[in-house]
Design a protein around this ligand. Structure first.
Ligand SMILES: [Zn+2]
Length: 168
């Protein structure tokens, strides 16, 4: 169903302000998931456009083409990123250089850069659903800004620009 859906404009939330589902993919991903679940659960008629748009958007967030190359091989696009957890500060760091394509040879090179005894690490796919793995809004913000870099988006793209990106 969502395969055939092709939105022509972003789904804006409030008139006169540029806040849209497209922007919320970066700023409040968990809220979008919750909203879709709620809409699907109560099964009421009348929210069909919203439901379709949300389902489409969340699906598109899973297969966007990464534009940044894997720094280990400089051949294939990066596919995964690494988040390091610092126990003392109780926060993650997410760095642009710590991404890789997950080929055998790059995996070796990649993991030689980290010190597994000093920090806990998580390796996650470069997809929007990875935003859902972080409880802290600050950590999600770091990942959202990394996603923009890896997909070669501007710092504050308009909703229309983002719709183009999710439609690619
Ligand atoms: Zn590689």
């Amino acid at each position: 169903m969502t395969k055939r859906y092709r939105p022509t404009k972003p789904f804006k939330l409030l008139l006169g302000r540029d806040m849209s589902f497209e922007k919320m993919m970066f700023t409040n991903y968990p809220a979008l998931q919750e909203r879709l679940e709620k809409l699907q659960k109560n099964g009421k008629r009348g929210n069909e456009d919203e439901k379709k748009h949300l389902a489409w958007l969340l699906e598109r967030g899973e297969d966007r083409a990464v534009k940044t190359l894997c720094p280990c091989c400089l051949e294939r696009p990066a596919k995964y990123f690494l988040a390091k957890y610092f126990f003392q500060e109780k926060r993650f760091t997410i760095e642009e250089k710590l991404v890789f394509c997950k080929s055998k040879e790059c995996e070796k090179k990649f993991f030689s850069q980290i010190k597994p005894h000093r920090e806990a690490v998580a390796v996650l796919p470069i997809k929007f659903s990875s935003l859902d793995k972080f409880i802290s809004g600050k950590d999600r913000k770091k990942l959202a800004s990394l996603l923009k870099k890896l997909f070669h988006l501007e710092h504050s793209p308009t909703s229309e620009k983002l719709l183009d990106f999710f439609s690619e």
